[in-house]
Design a protein around this ligand. Structure first.
Ligand SMILES: Cc1cc2nc3c(=O)[nH]c(=O)nc-3n(C[C@H](O)[C@H](O)[C@H](O)COP(=O)(O)O)c2cc1C
Length: 299
C-alpha cells in the first residue's frame, strides 16, 4: 500500500472509486492545471492585449449592438409608418390651406375624400380601397404601371392609378382637388401635392413633403415665399381649354405671367426638375383627363 502523503500525482490514474481519492492539496504539474481550467476561465484570465480575446470581445460587441439596432428598427417601424402617414396628411392640409397650428390632424383630414383615379380615363375606380392604396407600390408594380419612354419627370415607370383627394364646400360643391406629383430634381425625387381650384385650372398651391435637395439651394422649394408664387397661377390658357402653359423658368413664357413661377436662384437644376414634373403630371399623360372632368363640373 503506498504512503498517502508521499503519493505522486502521476499515480492518480491507479485509484479506483473504492479507494480514497488522491490528495488535492498536492500541486499538479503546470500543464495539467491549465488543461483542467474551463474555456471561459482561460479566456477571462488571458491578458487584455491578447489578440484572440480582443477579436472575440469586438465581435461580441458588434453582435449585441446589431441586435439592439435591428430590434429597435423592427419595433419602431409601425410608429415610423404612422408618423409618415400623419406627415402626408399634414402636407395635404397645408397645400389645401386648411392647416393651423394645434389642429387635430386626423379630424381635419376627415374632410378630404380620397379616391383612386385611373389616370388614362380620368375616372375614379372602386377596384382598390382608397384609404389604403399605396401609390408608390403601384408605380413599382409591373401589373399596375407602365414604363415611360419619354420621361421628362425621370420617374422610370408611371402607375396607371393614383390617389387624389377632394375637398368640398359645406353645400357639397367642389372646393379643391389635391393631386400627387413627383419627379427628379438634382439629387433626389421630389414628392408632393398640387392643389387645384374647382375650376380645374387655377393653382392653389404646390408643396413637397419629401426630397433630398441641398438646403439653401434646391431645398428652397420649401421656402414659403417661393411656394406663395404658385398661388393663382393658371395651368392652361383659355380657361383651361388651351395649351399647357405653366412653367418654372428664369423668364416669363409667351403666354404671360399668369403661367410663370420664377426659378430658384442658384438652383436652376432643381427648378428645371420641378418644371418638368409639374408639366408632366398636368399633361394628357397625367391629370388632364381628370381636370377636364373637373372643368366640366362632373366631380
Ligand atoms: C454642394 C452643391 C450642392 C448643390 N445643390 C444644388 C441643388 O440642390 N439644386 C440645384 O439646382 N443646384 C444645386 N447646386 C448648384 C448646381 O450645381 C448648379 O450650379 C446650379 O443649379 C446652377 O444654378 P444657377 O444657374 O441658378 O446658378 C449645388 C452645387 C453644389 C456645389
Amino acid at each position: 500500500m503506498p504512503d498517502k502523503d508521499n503519493q505522486n500525482p502521476s499515480d492518480e490514474a491507479q485509484f479506483t472509486p473504492e479507494m480514497n481519492p488522491p490528495d488535492r492539496d498536492i500541486p499538479a504539474p503546470e500543464g495539467e492545471v491549465v488543461a483542467r481550467k474551463g474555456l471561459l476561465r482561460r479566456f477571462l484570465d488571458a491578458p487584455a492585449d491578447n489578440t484572440v480575446k480582443t477579436v472575440v470581445v469586438a465581435l461580441g460587441l458588434c453582435l449585441v449592438a446589431s441586435m439592439v439596432v435591428s430590434s429597435a428598427a423592427v419595433s419602431l417601424r409601425p410608429l415610423q409608418e404612422r408618423n409618415a402617414a400623419l406627415d402626408k396628411q399634414v402636407n395635404i392640409l397645408q397645400v389645401a390651406g386648411v392647416y393651423e397650428d394645434g389642429i387635430d390632424v386626423a379630424e381635419a383630414f376627415d374632410a378630404f375624400e380620397p379616391h383612386v383615379l385611373e389616370l388614362a380615363s380620368g375616372e375614379f375606380t372602386d377596384q382598390f380601397e382608397a384609404d389604403s392604396f399605396d401609390d408608390r407600390a403601384a408605380a413599382d408594380d409591373l401589373t399596375l404601371s407602365a414604363p415611360l419612354e419619354d420621361d421628362p419627370a425621370s420617374i422610370g415607370r408611371q402607375a396607371n392609378y393614383v390617389t387624389v383627394y377632394l375637398l368640398r364646400n359645406e353645400d357639397g360643391t367642389l372646393d379643391k382637388v389635391i393631386l400627387p406629383v413627383y419627379g427628379y430634381g438634382l439629387w433626389s425625387t421630389l414628392y408632393g401635392f398640387m392643389a387645384i381650384e374647382e375650376d380645374g385650372n387655377t393653382i392653389y398651391g404646390l408643396q413637397f413633403y419629401e426630397h433630398a435637395e441641398t438646403p439653401g439651394l434646391g431645398a428652397e422649394v420649401d421656402n414659403p415665399r417661393w411656394k406663395a408664387l404658385w398661388r393663382d397661377k393658371k395651368l392652361r390658357t383659355d380657361d383651361g381649354e388651351g395649351e399647357l402653359a405653366i412653367t418654372v423658368a428664369k423668364t416669363p413664357p409667351a403666354a404671360g405671367r399668369d403661367y410663370y413661377v420664377d426659378a430658384l436662384s442658384g438652383a436652376t437644376l432643381t427648378s428645371r426638375g420641378v418644371d418638368n414634373l409639374v408639366r408632366f403630371w398636368m399633361s394628357e399623360r397625367g391629370f388632364e383627363p381628370f381636370l377636364e372632368r373637373v372643368r366640366a363640373g362632373e366631380i
